[in-house]
Design a protein around this ligand. Structure first.
Ligand code: GTP
Length: 400
């Protein structure tokens, strides 16, 4: 598969799972209203606690975008439920409210997570206020544009969508694009809030705000927890479990297991030829092939271009066919890369010219089974020595 395509859809899987989970929860809550409706007062009281915990947790784990989204929704909920001075203004300006909320959520999907209690957090807070102010003035701008273009007959039927629907379509596209591009549950959580926000505005949803906000904020909570887990135990580049996860697994392994150390052959040369960025992409693709290993193998990125596969309860004889298959799969894998190249001077053009090329890499594998009295680290060392032998005997092979 082409590298660009893989990059483009890198965030698709995790976002899709998170979205499905959220909407299943939403459908269940809608279907079983009779179970919770009597407890609505309790939900309203607990909601403030959920807000507080989620904002603190998001701030602590530097998920400032979710913290800001939660703070904004908290202000909205307080306005709704506490009869704050600006309540009547806000609720008589429904179009402003929907644009501001939608605009804030889509802007949050674009900016980076930075410390909440820092100058960056302050800038982001100001940015949120600017979205509110911009929404306020947008209606005047839209009226002006409608007046200007109203004489163009082809445009006339569409001009009524300029003030609300057009910005909403742009915000929706922005959010969906960010969800696909960014491998983070943060953007997905922002997208679900956005769907609920619009669903309420267009009266497609009839659930009380306290229940909807509980669902939205709980989604933020889980996004922060799961994202932080991934940060700690997943390798960012390949998304395989990291060395820390391998150390964790080593504590729970039984007496019988086999370890394999894998290393990409001549990877330094590969990097030197195609550049570090293409090297990174190839690492990702090799990792995705390794992740398909059979025989109950668990794959980890050990570091650099080295990987480890653990086969719990297996001997080397049992693990070897799976490793041979994975070695062959990597060897057969034709990786399509697109290299940007400048045209020659004679072409007198500065335009970039992209060249599609197919490359392949091989891996060497060393494996060792745990024998009595050997610790995990000692077994890993044996596998590493076997890897050294695999390299010595010509690479692209499995050695014991
Ligand atoms: N692109 C990229 N390169 C990496 C990464 N981690 C390690 N490398 C490179 O991997 C290369 C490893 O080189 P060596 O250990 O000398 O081994 P090799 O060239 O693979 O040769 P053999 O292992 O002997 O077959 C170095 O050039 C590192 O810079 C990474 O995350 N991304």
């Amino acid at each position: 598969m082409e590298l660009r395509l893989i990059q483009f859809f890198s965030g698709f899987k995790s976002s899709a799972i998170s979205l499905i989970a959220f909407f299943v929860a939403f459908i269940l809550i809608s279907k079983f209203q009779s179970y919770w409706f009597a407890k609505i007062n309790l939900i309203e009281q607990v909601l403030y606690g959920i807000f507080a915990i989620t904002i603190m947790l998001s701030g602590y784990f530097n998920r400032s975008r979710l913290a800001l989204a939660a703070i904004t929704l908290l202000v909205f909920y307080a306005t709704l439920s506490q009869a704050l001075p600006w309540q009547s203004w806000v609720f008589t300006h429904g179009e402003w409210l929907v644009l501001t909320g939608a605009g804030m959520l889509s802007v949050l999907s674009v900016i980076k997570d930075r410390g909440l209690l820092s100058i960056h957090g302050f800038y982001r807070l100001v940015l949120m206020m600017c979205v509110g102010i911009a929404s306020y003035f947008w209606f005047d701008i839209a009226d002006f544009l409608v007046a200007k273009f109203t004489h163009i007959k082809q445009l006339t039927p569409w001009l009524k969508y300029l003030s609300v629907e057009l910005p909403l379509v742009i915000f929706s596209l922005l959010l969906v694009w960010r969800c696909v591009r960014e491998k983070s549950l943060v953007t997905t959580a922002l997208l679900t809030s956005y769907c609920i926000w619009l669903g309420q505005y267009y009266q497609l949803i009839t659930l009380p705000w306290s229940v909807l906000l509980s669902l939205m904020i709980l989604h933020y909570f889980f996004a922060v927890v799961v994202d932080s887990y991934f940060l700690a135990y997943r390798d960012e580049l390949t998304t395989l479990p990291s060395r820390r996860a391998l150390n964790q697994l080593s504590l729970s392994l039984g007496r019988k297991y086999t370890l394999a150390m894998l290393d990409i052959d001549h990877f330094k040369k590969f990097n030197d030829t195609y550049g570090h960025d293409i090297g990174d992409q190839v690492l990702k693709l090799v990792a995705s092939k390794l992740a398909q290993v059979k025989g109950s193998g668990k794959v980890f990125r050990y570091g650099g271009e080295e990987f480890t596969i653990v086969f719990p309860g297996k001997t080397t004889e049992q693990a070897k066919p799976a490793l041979e298959a994975v070695r062959q799969a990597v060897e057969d894998y034709k990786i399509v890369i697109r290299q940007e190249q400048r045209q020659t001077k004679q072409a007198r053009s500065n335009k970039k010219n992209s060249q599609v090329k197919t490359v392949s890499v091989t891996i060497s594998i060393g494996l060792a089974a745990r024998s009595s009295k050997l610790s995990f680290d000692e077994t890993l060392k044996l596998a590493d020595q076997a890897l050294y032998r695999a390299k010595k005997s010509g690479r692209n092979n499995v050695s014991e």
